[in-house]
Design a protein around this ligand. Structure first.
Ligand code: COA
Length: 392
Protein backbone atom coordinates (compact mmCIF):
# COMPACT_ATOMS: atom_id res chain seq x y z
CA UNK A 1 0.00 0.00 0.00
CA UNK A 2 2.81 2.38 0.84
CA UNK A 3 3.91 2.10 -2.75
CA UNK A 4 0.85 3.93 -4.01
CA UNK A 5 0.94 6.44 -1.17
CA UNK A 6 -0.73 9.76 -1.66
CA UNK A 7 -1.97 9.03 -5.16
CA UNK A 8 -3.92 6.04 -3.96
CA UNK A 9 -5.52 8.09 -1.17
CA UNK A 10 -6.75 10.58 -3.73
CA UNK A 11 -7.93 8.03 -6.23
CA UNK A 12 -9.84 6.06 -3.64
CA UNK A 13 -11.13 9.20 -2.01
CA UNK A 14 -14.66 9.02 -3.36
CA UNK A 15 -15.56 5.41 -2.98
CA UNK A 16 -19.00 6.31 -1.75
CA UNK A 17 -19.87 7.42 -5.27
CA UNK A 18 -19.43 3.93 -6.68
CA UNK A 19 -22.14 2.96 -9.13
CA UNK A 20 -24.55 0.32 -8.01
CA UNK A 21 -24.80 -1.44 -11.36
CA UNK A 22 -25.14 -5.17 -11.24
CA UNK A 23 -26.72 -4.87 -7.83
CA UNK A 24 -28.70 -8.05 -7.30
CA UNK A 25 -31.65 -6.63 -5.52
CA UNK A 26 -33.63 -9.86 -5.53
CA UNK A 27 -31.07 -11.60 -3.32
CA UNK A 28 -30.63 -8.79 -0.87
CA UNK A 29 -32.92 -9.74 1.91
CA UNK A 30 -32.15 -13.48 1.97
CA UNK A 31 -29.61 -13.08 4.80
CA UNK A 32 -27.12 -10.56 6.15
CA UNK A 33 -27.78 -6.88 5.58
CA UNK A 34 -30.93 -5.83 3.71
CA UNK A 35 -31.00 -3.49 0.69
CA UNK A 36 -31.95 -0.65 3.01
CA UNK A 37 -29.08 -1.37 5.40
CA UNK A 38 -26.65 -1.55 2.51
CA UNK A 39 -27.94 1.77 1.14
CA UNK A 40 -27.75 3.25 4.62
CA UNK A 41 -24.13 2.11 4.91
CA UNK A 42 -23.34 3.72 1.53
CA UNK A 43 -24.72 7.06 2.60
CA UNK A 44 -22.98 6.78 5.97
CA UNK A 45 -19.73 6.31 4.07
CA UNK A 46 -20.19 9.59 2.20
CA UNK A 47 -20.80 11.40 5.46
CA UNK A 48 -17.55 10.20 7.11
CA UNK A 49 -15.47 13.22 8.00
CA UNK A 50 -12.11 11.55 8.52
CA UNK A 51 -10.11 9.78 5.83
CA UNK A 52 -10.13 6.14 7.00
CA UNK A 53 -6.79 5.44 5.27
CA UNK A 54 -5.88 3.46 2.18
CA UNK A 55 -6.22 0.00 3.69
CA UNK A 56 -9.77 0.65 4.88
CA UNK A 57 -10.69 2.27 1.59
CA UNK A 58 -9.43 -0.69 -0.35
CA UNK A 59 -11.41 -3.04 1.87
CA UNK A 60 -14.53 -0.93 1.35
CA UNK A 61 -13.98 -0.92 -2.40
CA UNK A 62 -13.42 -4.68 -2.51
CA UNK A 63 -16.46 -5.50 -0.39
CA UNK A 64 -18.63 -3.18 -2.47
CA UNK A 65 -17.56 -4.86 -5.70
CA UNK A 66 -18.01 -8.33 -4.21
CA UNK A 67 -21.44 -7.42 -2.83
CA UNK A 68 -22.68 -5.94 -6.09
CA UNK A 69 -20.85 -7.95 -8.77
CA UNK A 70 -19.62 -11.11 -7.07
CA UNK A 71 -16.07 -12.56 -7.33
CA UNK A 72 -13.48 -10.52 -9.21
CA UNK A 73 -13.92 -10.97 -12.96
CA UNK A 74 -11.96 -7.93 -14.17
CA UNK A 75 -8.68 -8.36 -16.07
CA UNK A 76 -5.59 -7.95 -13.87
CA UNK A 77 -4.08 -4.44 -14.35
CA UNK A 78 -0.41 -4.12 -15.30
CA UNK A 79 2.34 -4.01 -12.64
CA UNK A 80 2.87 -0.25 -13.00
CA UNK A 81 -0.79 0.66 -12.77
CA UNK A 82 -0.41 0.86 -8.98
CA UNK A 83 -3.82 2.17 -8.04
CA UNK A 84 -5.87 -0.18 -10.18
CA UNK A 85 -3.60 -3.08 -9.28
CA UNK A 86 -4.13 -2.38 -5.54
CA UNK A 87 -7.91 -2.22 -6.08
CA UNK A 88 -7.90 -5.38 -8.17
CA UNK A 89 -5.77 -7.22 -5.56
CA UNK A 90 -8.17 -6.18 -2.81
CA UNK A 91 -11.23 -7.36 -4.73
CA UNK A 92 -9.54 -10.54 -5.95
CA UNK A 93 -8.42 -11.37 -2.40
CA UNK A 94 -12.06 -11.88 -1.43
CA UNK A 95 -12.09 -15.04 -3.54
CA UNK A 96 -15.49 -16.69 -3.62
CA UNK A 97 -16.93 -14.84 -0.63
CA UNK A 98 -20.73 -14.89 -1.03
CA UNK A 99 -22.36 -11.60 -2.02
CA UNK A 100 -24.61 -11.52 1.03
CA UNK A 101 -21.60 -12.02 3.33
CA UNK A 102 -19.73 -9.23 1.50
CA UNK A 103 -22.71 -6.96 1.94
CA UNK A 104 -22.80 -7.73 5.64
CA UNK A 105 -19.08 -7.10 6.06
CA UNK A 106 -19.38 -3.84 4.09
CA UNK A 107 -22.07 -2.67 6.51
CA UNK A 108 -20.03 -3.84 9.52
CA UNK A 109 -16.90 -2.05 8.35
CA UNK A 110 -18.64 1.25 7.69
CA UNK A 111 -20.54 0.91 10.94
CA UNK A 112 -17.31 0.55 12.87
CA UNK A 113 -15.64 3.47 11.03
CA UNK A 114 -18.63 5.69 11.78
CA UNK A 115 -18.61 4.57 15.41
CA UNK A 116 -14.89 5.24 15.72
CA UNK A 117 -15.50 8.77 14.43
CA UNK A 118 -18.27 9.32 16.90
CA UNK A 119 -15.95 8.02 19.61
CA UNK A 120 -18.66 5.79 21.04
CA UNK A 121 -19.45 2.14 20.81
CA UNK A 122 -19.73 0.96 17.23
CA UNK A 123 -23.16 1.73 15.84
CA UNK A 124 -23.93 -1.20 13.71
CA UNK A 125 -25.41 -0.43 10.32
CA UNK A 126 -26.01 -4.05 9.65
CA UNK A 127 -28.56 -6.74 10.07
CA UNK A 128 -30.84 -6.94 13.05
CA UNK A 129 -31.09 -8.16 15.71
CA UNK A 130 -27.73 -6.78 16.76
CA UNK A 131 -27.09 -7.89 20.31
CA UNK A 132 -23.55 -6.61 20.34
CA UNK A 133 -20.80 -5.59 18.02
CA UNK A 134 -17.21 -5.33 19.10
CA UNK A 135 -14.96 -2.73 17.59
CA UNK A 136 -11.58 -1.57 18.69
CA UNK A 137 -9.58 -4.46 17.24
CA UNK A 138 -6.80 -3.75 14.76
CA UNK A 139 -6.43 -7.19 13.25
CA UNK A 140 -9.86 -8.75 13.80
CA UNK A 141 -13.49 -8.13 12.98
CA UNK A 142 -15.69 -9.28 15.82
CA UNK A 143 -19.41 -9.35 15.45
CA UNK A 144 -22.33 -10.84 17.35
CA UNK A 145 -25.69 -11.51 15.76
CA UNK A 146 -28.22 -14.34 15.68
CA UNK A 147 -26.61 -15.76 18.87
CA UNK A 148 -23.31 -16.26 17.03
CA UNK A 149 -20.09 -14.37 17.74
CA UNK A 150 -17.88 -14.35 14.66
CA UNK A 151 -14.19 -13.55 14.95
CA UNK A 152 -12.67 -12.81 11.54
CA UNK A 153 -8.88 -12.78 11.09
CA UNK A 154 -8.53 -9.50 9.26
CA UNK A 155 -5.09 -9.01 7.68
CA UNK A 156 -5.93 -10.25 4.20
CA UNK A 157 -2.92 -8.56 2.57
CA UNK A 158 -0.70 -10.73 4.80
CA UNK A 159 -2.86 -13.83 4.39
CA UNK A 160 -4.09 -13.23 7.96
CA UNK A 161 -0.72 -14.12 9.50
CA UNK A 162 -0.92 -13.75 13.29
CA UNK A 163 1.22 -10.97 14.76
CA UNK A 164 1.93 -10.56 18.47
CA UNK A 165 -0.79 -7.91 18.62
CA UNK A 166 -3.23 -10.23 16.88
CA UNK A 167 -2.55 -13.07 19.37
CA UNK A 168 -3.41 -10.65 22.14
CA UNK A 169 -6.55 -9.52 20.36
CA UNK A 170 -7.72 -13.10 19.79
CA UNK A 171 -7.25 -13.89 23.49
CA UNK A 172 -9.29 -10.79 24.29
CA UNK A 173 -11.98 -11.65 21.75
CA UNK A 174 -12.28 -15.17 23.19
CA UNK A 175 -12.67 -13.73 26.69
CA UNK A 176 -15.35 -11.40 25.44
CA UNK A 177 -17.15 -14.16 23.51
CA UNK A 178 -17.12 -16.35 26.62
CA UNK A 179 -18.95 -13.60 28.50
CA UNK A 180 -21.31 -12.30 25.82
CA UNK A 181 -24.82 -13.75 25.36
CA UNK A 182 -23.93 -15.62 22.15
CA UNK A 183 -24.33 -19.41 22.01
CA UNK A 184 -21.51 -20.40 19.67
CA UNK A 185 -18.27 -18.76 18.57
CA UNK A 186 -16.99 -18.91 15.03
CA UNK A 187 -13.56 -18.19 13.52
CA UNK A 188 -13.08 -17.35 9.87
CA UNK A 189 -10.68 -15.39 7.65
CA UNK A 190 -11.04 -12.24 5.54
CA UNK A 191 -9.94 -12.60 1.94
CA UNK A 192 -8.71 -15.73 0.21
CA UNK A 193 -6.87 -17.27 3.18
CA UNK A 194 -8.22 -18.57 6.45
CA UNK A 195 -4.86 -17.82 8.10
CA UNK A 196 -1.19 -18.33 7.24
CA UNK A 197 -0.22 -19.06 10.84
CA UNK A 198 2.33 -17.33 12.99
CA UNK A 199 3.60 -14.11 11.38
CA UNK A 200 7.23 -14.99 10.80
CA UNK A 201 8.23 -11.36 11.31
CA UNK A 202 7.50 -11.97 15.02
CA UNK A 203 10.91 -13.66 15.02
CA UNK A 204 12.68 -10.66 13.58
CA UNK A 205 11.68 -8.25 16.34
CA UNK A 206 14.40 -9.00 18.86
CA UNK A 207 13.91 -7.24 22.22
CA UNK A 208 16.68 -5.84 24.40
CA UNK A 209 17.11 -9.15 26.21
CA UNK A 210 18.09 -10.83 22.91
CA UNK A 211 16.83 -14.01 21.29
CA UNK A 212 16.33 -15.75 24.67
CA UNK A 213 13.99 -12.98 25.78
CA UNK A 214 12.13 -13.13 22.46
CA UNK A 215 11.65 -16.89 22.96
CA UNK A 216 10.52 -16.40 26.56
CA UNK A 217 7.99 -13.69 25.66
CA UNK A 218 6.77 -15.67 22.66
CA UNK A 219 6.41 -18.79 24.80
CA UNK A 220 4.34 -17.04 27.43
CA UNK A 221 2.08 -15.52 24.79
CA UNK A 222 1.64 -18.89 23.07
CA UNK A 223 0.85 -20.62 26.36
CA UNK A 224 -1.82 -18.01 27.11
CA UNK A 225 -3.20 -18.20 23.58
CA UNK A 226 -3.64 -21.96 23.55
CA UNK A 227 -4.99 -21.90 27.11
CA UNK A 228 -7.75 -19.54 25.94
CA UNK A 229 -8.90 -22.24 23.50
CA UNK A 230 -8.58 -25.09 26.02
CA UNK A 231 -10.70 -23.23 28.56
CA UNK A 232 -13.24 -21.75 26.16
CA UNK A 233 -16.67 -22.74 27.51
CA UNK A 234 -18.94 -22.56 24.44
CA UNK A 235 -18.92 -24.55 21.20
CA UNK A 236 -16.15 -23.34 18.87
CA UNK A 237 -16.53 -23.56 15.11
CA UNK A 238 -13.95 -22.89 12.40
CA UNK A 239 -15.28 -21.76 9.02
CA UNK A 240 -12.19 -22.45 6.95
CA UNK A 241 -12.66 -20.31 3.87
CA UNK A 242 -9.23 -20.96 2.28
CA UNK A 243 -5.73 -22.24 3.06
CA UNK A 244 -4.94 -22.63 6.75
CA UNK A 245 -1.37 -22.89 8.01
CA UNK A 246 0.44 -23.57 11.30
CA UNK A 247 -1.24 -22.56 14.53
CA UNK A 248 -4.54 -21.80 12.81
CA UNK A 249 -4.67 -25.53 11.98
CA UNK A 250 -3.27 -27.00 15.17
CA UNK A 251 -5.87 -25.45 17.48
CA UNK A 252 -8.63 -26.98 15.34
CA UNK A 253 -8.24 -30.17 17.38
CA UNK A 254 -9.99 -28.22 20.15
CA UNK A 255 -12.88 -26.97 18.00
CA UNK A 256 -16.28 -28.62 18.15
CA UNK A 257 -16.80 -28.28 14.39
CA UNK A 258 -14.52 -27.50 11.47
CA UNK A 259 -16.45 -26.57 8.33
CA UNK A 260 -14.32 -26.05 5.23
CA UNK A 261 -14.81 -24.74 1.72
CA UNK A 262 -13.63 -27.25 -0.85
CA UNK A 263 -10.56 -25.15 -1.80
CA UNK A 264 -9.34 -24.93 1.81
CA UNK A 265 -6.05 -26.65 2.64
CA UNK A 266 -4.41 -27.62 5.94
CA UNK A 267 -0.67 -27.33 6.39
CA UNK A 268 1.59 -27.52 9.45
CA UNK A 269 5.15 -27.05 8.12
CA UNK A 270 6.85 -27.07 11.53
CA UNK A 271 9.91 -29.18 10.85
CA UNK A 272 10.47 -27.32 7.59
CA UNK A 273 10.84 -24.22 9.78
CA UNK A 274 13.05 -25.92 12.38
CA UNK A 275 10.15 -25.82 14.85
CA UNK A 276 7.81 -28.30 16.55
CA UNK A 277 4.02 -28.71 16.92
CA UNK A 278 1.84 -26.50 19.13
CA UNK A 279 -1.84 -25.86 19.80
CA UNK A 280 -1.98 -29.28 21.55
CA UNK A 281 -1.75 -30.92 18.12
CA UNK A 282 0.97 -33.33 19.33
CA UNK A 283 -1.86 -34.88 21.37
CA UNK A 284 -5.07 -34.07 19.45
CA UNK A 285 -3.89 -34.94 15.93
CA UNK A 286 -2.80 -38.55 16.67
CA UNK A 287 -6.02 -38.92 18.63
CA UNK A 288 -8.13 -37.67 15.73
CA UNK A 289 -6.35 -39.31 12.80
CA UNK A 290 -3.95 -41.93 14.23
CA UNK A 291 -0.17 -41.66 14.53
CA UNK A 292 0.77 -42.34 10.91
CA UNK A 293 -1.44 -39.66 9.36
CA UNK A 294 -0.63 -37.19 12.15
CA UNK A 295 3.07 -37.81 11.56
CA UNK A 296 2.68 -37.10 7.85
CA UNK A 297 1.31 -33.68 8.80
CA UNK A 298 3.29 -32.77 11.91
CA UNK A 299 6.68 -34.34 11.10
CA UNK A 300 6.72 -34.47 7.33
CA UNK A 301 4.80 -31.28 6.48
CA UNK A 302 2.11 -32.92 4.33
CA UNK A 303 -0.50 -30.41 3.18
CA UNK A 304 -4.05 -31.81 3.19
CA UNK A 305 -6.90 -30.83 0.91
CA UNK A 306 -10.26 -30.20 2.56
CA UNK A 307 -11.51 -33.57 1.33
CA UNK A 308 -8.47 -35.40 2.79
CA UNK A 309 -8.78 -33.53 6.10
CA UNK A 310 -12.44 -34.50 6.22
CA UNK A 311 -11.63 -38.14 5.60
CA UNK A 312 -9.18 -38.03 8.52
CA UNK A 313 -11.68 -36.39 10.87
CA UNK A 314 -9.91 -33.03 11.27
CA UNK A 315 -12.62 -31.39 9.14
CA UNK A 316 -16.24 -32.10 9.95
CA UNK A 317 -17.83 -31.20 6.63
CA UNK A 318 -16.82 -29.76 3.25
CA UNK A 319 -18.98 -27.29 1.29
CA UNK A 320 -18.77 -26.05 -2.30
CA UNK A 321 -16.80 -22.77 -2.50
CA UNK A 322 -19.63 -20.71 -3.95
CA UNK A 323 -22.21 -21.64 -1.33
CA UNK A 324 -19.81 -22.15 1.58
CA UNK A 325 -20.67 -19.07 3.63
CA UNK A 326 -24.42 -19.19 3.12
CA UNK A 327 -24.77 -22.96 3.67
CA UNK A 328 -22.52 -23.02 6.72
CA UNK A 329 -24.08 -19.90 8.15
CA UNK A 330 -27.61 -21.23 7.89
CA UNK A 331 -26.56 -24.44 9.67
CA UNK A 332 -24.90 -22.42 12.43
CA UNK A 333 -27.94 -20.22 12.82
CA UNK A 334 -30.03 -23.31 13.45
CA UNK A 335 -27.49 -24.66 15.99
CA UNK A 336 -27.42 -21.30 17.74
CA UNK A 337 -31.11 -21.61 18.52
CA UNK A 338 -30.43 -24.64 20.75
CA UNK A 339 -30.57 -24.14 24.54
CA UNK A 340 -27.24 -22.46 25.43
CA UNK A 341 -26.70 -24.08 28.83
CA UNK A 342 -27.39 -27.52 27.49
CA UNK A 343 -24.81 -26.95 24.72
CA UNK A 344 -22.13 -25.55 27.03
CA UNK A 345 -22.63 -28.26 29.66
CA UNK A 346 -22.55 -30.99 27.03
CA UNK A 347 -19.30 -29.58 25.64
CA UNK A 348 -17.89 -29.61 29.17
CA UNK A 349 -18.80 -33.30 29.56
CA UNK A 350 -17.23 -34.24 26.26
CA UNK A 351 -13.98 -32.34 26.94
CA UNK A 352 -13.62 -32.54 30.71
CA UNK A 353 -11.72 -35.83 30.72
CA UNK A 354 -8.85 -34.35 28.72
CA UNK A 355 -8.74 -30.74 29.87
CA UNK A 356 -6.00 -31.21 32.48
CA UNK A 357 -4.02 -33.20 30.01
CA UNK A 358 -4.38 -30.51 27.34
CA UNK A 359 -2.86 -27.95 29.72
CA UNK A 360 0.09 -30.28 30.35
CA UNK A 361 0.53 -30.84 26.61
CA UNK A 362 0.41 -27.08 26.03
CA UNK A 363 3.14 -26.55 28.64
CA UNK A 364 5.36 -29.24 27.12
CA UNK A 365 4.88 -27.92 23.57
CA UNK A 366 5.69 -24.36 24.66
CA UNK A 367 8.86 -25.50 26.46
CA UNK A 368 10.03 -27.34 23.36
CA UNK A 369 9.25 -24.40 21.08
CA UNK A 370 11.09 -21.88 23.28
CA UNK A 371 14.17 -24.01 22.78
CA UNK A 372 13.48 -24.39 19.02
CA UNK A 373 13.07 -20.63 18.49
CA UNK A 374 16.63 -20.04 19.66
CA UNK A 375 18.01 -22.82 17.46
CA UNK A 376 20.08 -22.35 14.34
CA UNK A 377 17.65 -24.55 12.39
CA UNK A 378 14.79 -22.16 13.09
CA UNK A 379 16.86 -19.03 12.52
CA UNK A 380 18.03 -20.26 9.12
CA UNK A 381 14.50 -21.26 8.03
CA UNK A 382 12.99 -17.88 8.94
CA UNK A 383 15.83 -16.02 7.24
CA UNK A 384 15.34 -18.08 4.06
CA UNK A 385 11.63 -17.18 4.01
CA UNK A 386 12.36 -13.45 4.09
CA UNK A 387 15.35 -13.74 1.73
CA UNK A 388 13.15 -15.54 -0.81
CA UNK A 389 10.57 -12.75 -0.48
CA UNK A 390 13.24 -10.08 -0.92
CA UNK A 391 14.41 -11.68 -4.18
CA UNK A 392 10.93 -11.57 -5.78
N1 COA B 1 4.43 -14.54 8.18
C1 COA B 1 4.84 -13.36 7.66
N2 COA B 1 4.39 -12.87 6.49
C2 COA B 1 3.50 -13.62 5.82
C3 COA B 1 3.04 -14.85 6.29
C4 COA B 1 3.54 -15.31 7.53
N3 COA B 1 3.12 -16.45 8.08
N4 COA B 1 2.15 -15.35 5.41
C5 COA B 1 2.07 -14.45 4.40
N5 COA B 1 2.87 -13.41 4.65
C6 COA B 1 3.04 -12.20 3.85
C7 COA B 1 4.06 -12.37 2.76
O1 COA B 1 5.36 -12.11 3.24
C8 COA B 1 3.58 -11.31 1.77
O2 COA B 1 3.99 -10.05 2.25
P1 COA B 1 4.43 -8.89 1.20
O3 COA B 1 3.22 -8.63 0.37
O4 COA B 1 4.82 -7.76 2.09
O5 COA B 1 5.56 -9.50 0.41
C9 COA B 1 2.07 -11.35 1.91
O6 COA B 1 1.82 -11.95 3.18
C10 COA B 1 1.38 -12.17 0.85
O7 COA B 1 1.97 -13.47 0.86
P2 COA B 1 2.71 -14.10 -0.42
O8 COA B 1 3.80 -15.01 0.08
O9 COA B 1 3.11 -13.04 -1.39
O10 COA B 1 1.50 -14.94 -1.04
P3 COA B 1 1.58 -16.36 -1.71
O11 COA B 1 0.20 -16.67 -2.15
O12 COA B 1 2.69 -16.42 -2.72
O13 COA B 1 2.00 -17.37 -0.52
C11 COA B 1 1.90 -18.36 1.68
C12 COA B 1 1.20 -17.45 0.64
C13 COA B 1 1.07 -18.34 2.95
C14 COA B 1 1.99 -19.79 1.12
C15 COA B 1 3.35 -17.83 1.95
O14 COA B 1 3.27 -16.46 2.26
C16 COA B 1 4.00 -18.54 3.09
O15 COA B 1 4.56 -19.60 2.92
N6 COA B 1 3.95 -17.94 4.30
C17 COA B 1 4.55 -18.51 5.47
C18 COA B 1 3.59 -19.51 6.11
C19 COA B 1 4.24 -20.13 7.33
O16 COA B 1 5.28 -20.73 7.23
N7 COA B 1 3.58 -19.93 8.49
C20 COA B 1 4.07 -20.38 9.75
C21 COA B 1 3.70 -21.80 9.93
S1 COA B 1 4.40 -22.45 11.39
Amino acid sequence: MAIAGFRLTRCLGRLSGLPAQGFRRANMSAMGATVEQFEEAKSKLSSLKKDPGNDAKLRIYALFKQATRGPCDAPKPGMLDFVNKAKWDAWNSLGSLAQEEARQRYCDLIGSLAAAEEGGSPARVAAAPATATAGGYDCLLVDTRDNITTVTFNRPAKKNAITTRMYEEIIEALGQAARDPSVITVFTGAGDYYCSGNDLSNFTKIPEGGVEQMAKDGGELLRKYVKAFIDFPKPLVALVNGPAVGISVTVMGMFELVYASESATFHTPFTQLGQSPEGCSSYTFPRIMGYGKANEMLLFNKKLTAAQACELGLVTRVFPDRSFHSEARSLLESYAKLPPDSLALSKRLIRSGEKEHLHAVNDAEVERLMERWTSEECFNAVMSFFQAKAKL
